[in-house]
Design a protein around this ligand. Structure first.
Ligand SMILES: Cc1cc2nc3c(=O)[nH]c(=O)nc-3n(C[C@H](O)[C@H](O)[C@H](O)COP(=O)(O)OP(=O)(O)OC[C@H]3O[C@@H](n4cnc5c(N)ncnc54)[C@H](O)[C@@H]3O)c2cc1C
Length: 538
């Protein structure tokens, strides 16, 4: 059977794209190299009786329209909120809690002035995040050459966004500029004087961003983590019951219910291009699957450098793609625990609200900056940044009763080691360091670890196709965002080859489990079918 669209990659974006296309009556096949759908949003039993989200682990950015359209709740998705957002154990034995209505009181322990400023900070950040949120399901204005008519359409789009920014008023427009161009560190220093609250907020600007919190542009990464919502509450993070795999399993069920054919353990080896049109793919088993169009939910570098013949691409496009900035400083672990961590700063092994928070071990922006410098010089930070999340405190499906699973999301490690050695030589050493880093604050932690799963940047690349372990399919810096994602002139999900689309995180609005690139790409593909730029399969 000839398909209308073949989708490379059954990550959440590939699945979302497939579902929207199939809902519109198109014949779609999704191919993924892994034996399970979901890409970086999957749950796995990593030790008998203990399951956890393997890579991504928390929900907020997943767009509510997509949840509704695909009826993910009916397909089993349930998302719960954390009782408090964050808990930061500090080096001097103190701690900071954020969220759950306690932030002001908590911040006042360190600075009354900072506590007084919190409301204003949050209101302003939320106003700017609203502008970003409004653009998430839109195709960014594309820079076009040639046709004045197309240029007018793009100008109208740009004008609509300009109006939203104008509506902020001049004062907030200044914040908007800061959040897109400044460093997270400078931005936060402008608001607060005490280190713990700056660390709590500043963590978001180094997540998946191999940079110092004082690197210009890192404030945007902070903002990127704020445009989400959970169960209608803006800016909140939560957990999918059953782990992140519950999201993609629900998406796969939705897609199949509309008629999508999902084929696993099927690696695409080549995109077939005939007369300048993508007309199908060839799998590594030598099977040819022809389709009217091809969409790829994979890192753009993988698509254009590995799967497309160099001669089929304009030389300038290919050269730029070679320089696509990719590689976050991420090291990811899952551990099975015999008991909850007993923090020196807040003693007790019985379940308490701080156990269900995102526990951030990084007490200051200076600590985070040093972590980055260390990683650049030595390959990993001697005092790494770790976010410990124990989802079994909110979800009893993940571990045997009385025991727990925890995710360790660790920044900064070098995507490629400076001395040229392989991550295979250092995986265990660095995993020990991460556990020791938690143990320094919760002395029962090391002995409570029953099993561990370790993913170095190289493992993330091998397992999920995340080049350099890049959690976003390409860093979120100004030259790779919005109209420039993945490249100026191709922000409309269409690449330089007719009939070949990008529907993954390498397209606007970038990484995170949002579903937005998949949703937007499907809309553009359907538009091309409608306008007969692509002819349907017969
Ligand atoms: C460690 C880590 C932690 C994260 N934490 C969070 C978090 O807590 N919350 C959040 O919102 N986001 C988080 N993210 C980011 C988020 O998970 C990703 O941005 C998102 O899952 C990417 O989705 P995608 O569908 O675009 O691509 P992917 O999930 O990368 O899916 C692409 C799929 O394509 C497949 N593929 C690649 N090449 C081929 C080929 N040639 N043939 C066939 N199949 C192929 C891959 O196997 C993969 O399944 C995290 C990511 C990582 C890695």
């Amino acid at each position: 059977m000839m398909h209308d669209v073949v989708i490379i990659g059954g990550g959440h974006n590939g699945l979302v794209c497939s579902a929207y296309l199939a809902m519109a009556g198109f014949k779609v096949v999704v191919l993924d190299q892994r034996p399970v759908v979901g890409g970086a949003a999957v749950t796995e039993e990593f030790s008998p009786g203990f399951s956890n989200s393997v890579a991504s682990y928390a929900v907020s950015l997943l767009n509510p329209k997509i949840i509704r359209d695909l009826d993910l709740a009916a397909h089993g998705l349930r998302i719960v909120e954390r009782p408090i957002s964050n808990f930061l154990p500090l080096d001097d034995g103190g701690f900071l809690k954020v969220g759950g209505g306690q932030t002001k009181r908590e911040v006042a322990k360190f600075s009354v002035r900072d506590a007084d400023r919190l409301d204003d900070y949050q209101t302003r950040l939320a106003a700017v995040a609203d502008v970003l949120r409004a653009s998430v399901l839109e195709t960014p204005p594309n820079v076009v050459e040639g046709s004045p008519l197309t240029a007018i359409a793009e100008l109208i789009k740009a004008g609509r966004i300009g109006n939203r920014i104008r509506a902020l008023g001049l004062d907030l427009q200044r914040d908007f500029l800061d959040l897109f161009a400044a460093s997270g560190g400078d931005f936060l220093d402008g608001w607060f004087e005490s280190a713990p609250i700056k660390a709590a907020f500043g963590f978001d600007c180094v997540v998946g961003n191999y940079a110092s919190p004082y690197t210009p542009g890192s404030a945007y990464v902070l903002l990127h983590h704020c445009f989400g919502e959970v169960n209608g509450k803006k800016g909140v993070w939560g957990h999918a019951i059953g782990g992140m795999g519950a999201i993609t399993q629900a998406m796969a069920k939705a897609a199949v219910s509309y008629g999508v054919d999902i084929r696993l353990s099927t690696r695409v080896h080549r995109v077939i291009v005939e007369n300048g049109h993508a007309v199908g793919v060839e799998t590594d088993k030598g099977e040819t699957i022809r389709a009217a169009a091809v969409a790829a939910g994979i890192n753009p570098k993988l698509l254009y450098l590995d799967l497309v013949d160099a001669l089929a691409l304009p030389e300038g496009f290919r050269r730029r793609m070679e320089n696509w900035r990719c590689g976050s400083g991420t090291f990811r672990m899952n551990v099975a625990l015999s008991e909850l961590p007993d923090f020196t700063a807040l003693p007790g092994r019985a379940l308490a609200e701080h156990h269900a928070a995102g526990i951030i071990i990084a007490p200051s922006l200076a600590y985070m900056e040093q972590a980055y410098f260390d990683a650049r010089t030595f390959g990993w930070s001697r005092r790494p940044i770790v976010e410990l999340v124990i989802p079994s405190t909110l979800d009893d499906t993940l571990a045997p009763r009385g025991q727990h699973v925890a995710s360790l999301f660790c920044q900064h490690v070098a995507p490629k080691l400076p001395d040229g050695s392989s991550w295979d030589e250092h995986r265990e050493t660095v995993a020990d360091l991460m556990i020791e880093t938690v143990n320094n604050h919760a002395p029962n932690f090391r002995r409570s670890v029953l099993a561990r799963q370790i993913l170095s940047p190289l493992d993330l690349e091998r397992t999920f196709g995340l080049i350099g372990g890049d959690i976003f399919h390409g860093s979120l810096d100004l030259r790779q965002m919005f109209s420039a994602r993945p490249m100026l002139g191709h922000a409309d999900y269409r690449g330089p080859i007719k009939g070949l689309y990008l529907c993954g995180s390498g397209a606007h609005p970038g990484g995170g489990v949002t579903g937005a690139p998949g949703h937007n790409a499907a809309r553009e593909i359907l538009r091309d079918f409608r306008r007969k730029r692509v002819a349907r399969a017969r």
